[in-house]
Design a protein around this ligand. Structure first.
Ligand code: 2IT
Length: 444
């Protein structure tokens, strides 16, 4: 495989799909050496097949706003790869959603899901619908309209969506309700469901909790203790909330959260009812963190700035792709950050990620760190298939075990002398599993 050839061909075919090209480039560069040890992969054109989604579904979504005016959005589902299991991955509702972003997310999801040890293929979906400032009724009408078109492509053994940015328990409930109505079936076709109708305990916490189990293991392996470390978290959604909860429980001190409007620095630590307040802020639907500083004296709001300028021991991007750039990485390195774990998907730009690896920093990529979310979705699918539900303790134990296994796979495939290159480890481990499954199933 010649990486530059595949990349330039892709670039020509999909000009302007920057996020997708960025995600592909990172994986290609990581797996190139092992790929070239397997001439059968080259003959089977595994890489050329992997970068082309199985199929992309795009559709019109028409819904009525509270003034009675019709609105038109675009919906998508990118069914990327089902070599190891049914398509699985979240749905994102955000004004920025486009095909490049959903292809990058679906591509990443394929390898992430392979790392979880559970049988799930990769997919992603969403819409450029912006939930910001929308009423409950508008959100409900949009979710129902979105499902009206998508439902035929879904099923418990076909494609199982879940939440992502802009899609939480409320939206999953509305989409699942409509799915159930149209399909006349109550199956596990959606994860992140409410507890009363097939949801799993701990799914809301799982992405953040899993990320902290992983981070803790990285630190322990490097001879460091998470207790009393300061942590910068970005974002203030579901993932940031779970990360703040578990980081605090493990004895670390979370000093930042952020929103599109800027970031909050709270030197006393964001713990207890301050973490609960994140949920309140989120449910206001305004998508701003500034009110935190009014509510909690001693904290400061910095408008239009990112938390990476704060000197901290641990940095956890929990908001969105490319939220930590090269300059941010330099600043963190200058400030002697001990560990950076991407919790958002591709939270670091290519330049930032390269700087961390070149400087042999303790750095891990989203597809390993945040896999606890989809892994717990996999556990929800198992519970649904068995028509039973596990206790929180049982789910937590399994999540712990899965995160350890992902860490182990990264160490095994990412060891470079005494440095663990987690980016390479995660990419190679995920890729090998998918590639072997594709080889065994023939050229389809
Ligand atoms: O990026 C992700 O892994 C998710 N948004 C969760 C996907 C899922 O199917 O639970």
């Amino acid at each position: 495989m010649i990486v530059s050839e595949i990349l330039s061909e892709l670039q020509e075919k999909h000009p302007g799909e920057n996020e997708f090209l960025q995600a592909v480039k990172e994986v290609l560069l990581s797996v190139e050496p092992v790929y070239n040890e397997h001439p059968e992969f080259e003959r089977a054109k595994i890489m050329q097949r992997l970068v082309e989604p199985d199929r992309i579904i795009t559709f019109r979504v028409v819904w009525e706003d509270d003034r009675g005016e019709l609105q038109v959005n675009r919906g998508y589902r990118v069914q990327f790869n089902n070599a190891i299991g049914p398509y699985k991955g979240g749905v994102r509702f955000h004004a920025s959603v486009n095909l490049s972003i959903l292809k990058f997310l679906g591509f990443e999801q394929t390898f992430k899901n392979a790392l979880t040890t559970l049988p799930m293929g990769g997919a992603k979906g969403g819409s450029d619908f912006s939930p910001r400032g929308k009423s409950e009724a508008e959100i409900r009408r949009f979710c129902q309209a979105f499902m009206l078109e998508l439902w035929r492509n879904l099923g418990p053994d076909q494609d199982v969506p879940a939440g992502d940015i802009g899609v939480g328990g409320r939206e999953v409930g509305y989409m699942y309700g409509m799915y159930k109505k149209l399909s006349r079936q109550h199956t596990g076709t959606f994860t992140g469901k409410g507890l009363q109708f097939g949801g799993s305990l701990l799914r809301p916490e799982a992405t953040g909790f899993g990320a902290l189990y992983f981070t803790n293991q990285m630190l322990q392996d490097a001879g460091l203790d998470i207790a009393n470390k300061t942590v910068a978290i970005s974002g203030f959604g579901n993932v940031a909330w779970g990360a703040a909860l578990k980081a605090t429980e493990l004895g670390a001190k979370v000093v930042t959260i952020s929103g599109p409007d800027g970031y909050i620095y709270d030197p006393a630590g964001i713990s207890g009812d301050k973490i609960d307040y994140m949920l309140e802020l989120r449910s206001s639907g305004n998508d701003i963190v500034a009110p935190y500083a009014d509510k909690y004296p001693g904290s400061t709001f910095y408008a239009d700035k990112k938390p990476w300028e704060c000197p901290v021991d641990i940095a956890l991007p929990c908001a969105t792709q490319n939220e930590l750039n090269g300059d941010d990485a330099k600043q963190l390195i200058d400030n002697k950050v001990k560990c950076v774990a991407e919790v958002s998907n591709m939270g670091c730009t290519a330049e930032a990620a390269e700087l961390f690896v070149e400087n042999r920093m303790l750095f891990a990529p989203g597809k390993a760190v945040n896999a606890g979310g989809v892994a717990t979705s996999g556990l929800e699918m198992s519970q649904n298939a068995m028509h039973l539900s596990w206790s929180a303790q049982e789910v937590d134990q399994r999540l712990h075990h899965i995160m350890s296994s992902i860490h182990q796979q990264c160490v095994e495939h990412g060891r470079e002398g005494d440095y663990i290159n987690y980016v390479k480890g995660a990419n190679v481990a995920g890729f090998m599993k998918v590639a072997r499954a594709m080889m065994d199933q023939g050229p389809i």
